[in-house]
Design a protein around this ligand. Structure first.
Ligand code: NAD
Length: 518
């Protein structure tokens, strides 16, 4: 275990014979589906049934060239399209997404495994970013200084970057692409999406929605593939900027590679989100929050709570309250409305998560609720793992040091607030963090002292609204800007400053000195 680069599609693609009846997911080029020239396909699973349900094309190097050339051609005219027309397309895109909301929720749930209501929730958060991007004219208003010097005016304008690429993870197949493409496109860029090869279906509906909204062809492209496609994009001279969201080892690799090849890059990585519960907290509210944020989407969220830090003497009561709720969680296929938690995304990932539970037990932690024997009737081959609650976790255990990314909630006991915040601040990740307390002074001190990008006070999943920006600290983000919101606009635009003189003819004359303001 540990922080190694692991990708299931780095393995050779499966045998395609016998798969002819399976649907094949194409790329999207211009304004239509496109098979490309790649001969390989990857498996797309139905995690609730534990079967291969579709195949996805894996792009060749020639396909990468074709996609980038198409995006470059489209960029010029799109960047010159008026802000009024661009925002009209964004408004129409929002409507198209709302019309296709059920289709999107279904494909997300079928390929990822999360329950439908959760899939609908991620789409809604993505649509909020589209709504933010609809207001692009006011965000690109720039700045003007009249009379900065005698007869001199200065204007700052923000222009598009060019061809931008988004590389996205499996766990939010609609929301994370929607963190990127509405803002990139609103700013006048062309955008190439390289979605996760594990659940690529949602990206194709996004492409159809863009086309329906009247986006000119070539401005939005979808290119499927795994590591080799990512690396081809990172080395492509026709790409100007890359946004990445995924695990920390790949985020670091993307950041380092794109920096060397001269691209603008923001790379959001993994997380280990802590929730501190002080003794004065509302215990029921804290227990509800820990369960919802720990086991929602089977813990496969970058903002999932994975560690609850129980500050003495709250531990025993809190563990009991969380355990009671955990035992009541209904597990089943995402398509079943009664299900509260679905399967994990692949068998390999489920086994990896289970390995962390085994290790915690061997390390001496206390298994309060053990999800390893979870079975779901009617779905014997699904990638099930029940919600697991582990108490007495210590900072040296792998279940604490590594990002587990599954339905595993750890309890660490801390003797004081100081010990709790020390634990959080020495963790190498710094994505989200929460404190539960009724003490305003303690909360204020915590928000000032904690080393993390997104902080919740009595809010366990503090994902910022679309008009603020999202991002972590430490090894949860490589680069300077957070994603979407005002920082997203800054990332997807370049500053240009125009200094203008319409001089009075009487002031002319030669002067070789450095220009000073007068
Ligand atoms: P991942 O890093 O395995 O994959 C992310 C993307 O990188 C995919 O498109 C994949 O094809 C590509 N990729 C995989 N291996 C690669 C390699 N060796 N070289 C180049 N590209 C490669 O992540 P995942 O498993 O799909 O998603 C889960 C991870 O994403 C978790 O670590 C989670 O915390 C993180 N995540 C972070 C945020 C955030 O905002 N910080 C949001 C969502 C998910």
């Amino acid at each position: 275990m540990g922080d190694k680069i692991v990708s299931e599609t780095n393995q050779p693609a499966g045998d395609t014979t016998g798969d002819v009846a399976l649907p094949v997911i194409d790329h999207w080029l211009g304004d239509t589906r496109w098979p490309g020239t790649g001969e390989r396909c990857g498996d797309v699973f139905d995690p609730a049934r534990g079967v291969v349900a579709a195949r996805v094309r894996l792009a060749s190097t020639a396909d990468v060239d074709t996609a980038v050339a198409s995006a470059r051609r489209a960029h010029g005219a799109w960047s010159r399209t008026s802000l009024s027309k661009r925002s009209t397309v964004l408004f129409a895109f929002r409507e198209a997404l709302k019309r296709r909301a059920d289709d999107l929720a279904m494909v997300i749930s079928d390929q990822h495994g999360k329950v439908r209501s959760d899939a609908a929730g991620e789409l809604q958060r993505g649509i909020e970013v589209v709504e933010f991007a609809c207001g692009i004219p006011s965000m690109l208003a720039g700045a003007h200084t009249e009379g900065a010097s005698t007869d001199i005016d200065v204007t700052t304008i923000r222009q598009s970057v060019g061809v931008t690429v988004g590389i996205t993870p499996f766990n939010f197949p609609a929301m994370v692409p929607l963190w990127m493409c509405p803002v990139a496109i609103a700013c006048g860029n062309a955008f190439i999406l390289k979605p996760s090869e594990r659940d690529p279906g949602a990206s194709m509906i996004l492409a159809e929605c863009w086309a329906e909204a009247g986006l000119p062809e070539g401005v939005f492209t979808v290119l499927h593939g795994a590591a080799d496609v990512v690396n081809a994009l990172l080395h492509h001279p026709g790409v100007d900027a890359v946004s990445f969201v995924g695990s920390t080892p790949i985020a670091r690799h993307v950041y380092e590679t794109a920096s060397v090849t001269g691209m603008r890059v923001q790379a959001l990585g993994g997380a280990k989100n802590h929730m501190i519960v002080l003794p004065d907290a509302d215990m029921d509210a804290a227990a509800d929050a820990a369960v919802n944020a720990g086991y929602g989407s089977a813990g496969e969220r970058c903002m999932a709570i994975s560690v609850v830090v129980a500050v003495d003497p709250v531990g025993d009561d809190l563990v009991e309250a969380i355990a009671e709720r955990t035992r009541g969680i209904v597990i089943g296929p995402g398509s079943d409305e009664a299900s509260e938690m679905g399967p994990l995304v692949t068998a390999m990932h489920r086994d990896r998560v289970r390995g962390y539970i085994d290790a915690a037990e061997a390390d001496g932690a206390t298994l309060v609720v053990d999800g390893r024997s979870c079975e779901v009737s009617g779905s014997p081959d699904g990638y099930w793992l029940g919600p697991t609650l582990i108490d007495d976790v210590a900072a040296h255990m792998s279940v604490y040091t590594d990002e587990v990314f599954g339905p595993v909630l750890c309890i660490v006991r801390a003797p004081s607030y100081e010990a709790a915040i020390e634990l959080v601040n020495t963790n190498r990740y710094g994505n989200g963090v929460a404190i539960f307390t009724r003490d305003g002074g303690a909360a204020r001190r915590f928000t000032a002292e904690v080393e993390a990008g997104m902080v919740g006070v009595n809010v366990a999943i503090p994902v910022p609204v679309a008009y603020h920006s999202f991002g972590g600290w430490g090894e949860s983000l490589f680069g300077d800007t957070h994603i979407y919101g005002p920082e997203g606009v800054a990332f997807y635009t370049r500053n240009k400053v125009v200094t203008t003189r319409w001089a009075d003819p009487s002031t002319r004359g030669t002067d070789l000195g450095f220009p000073t303001n007068s």
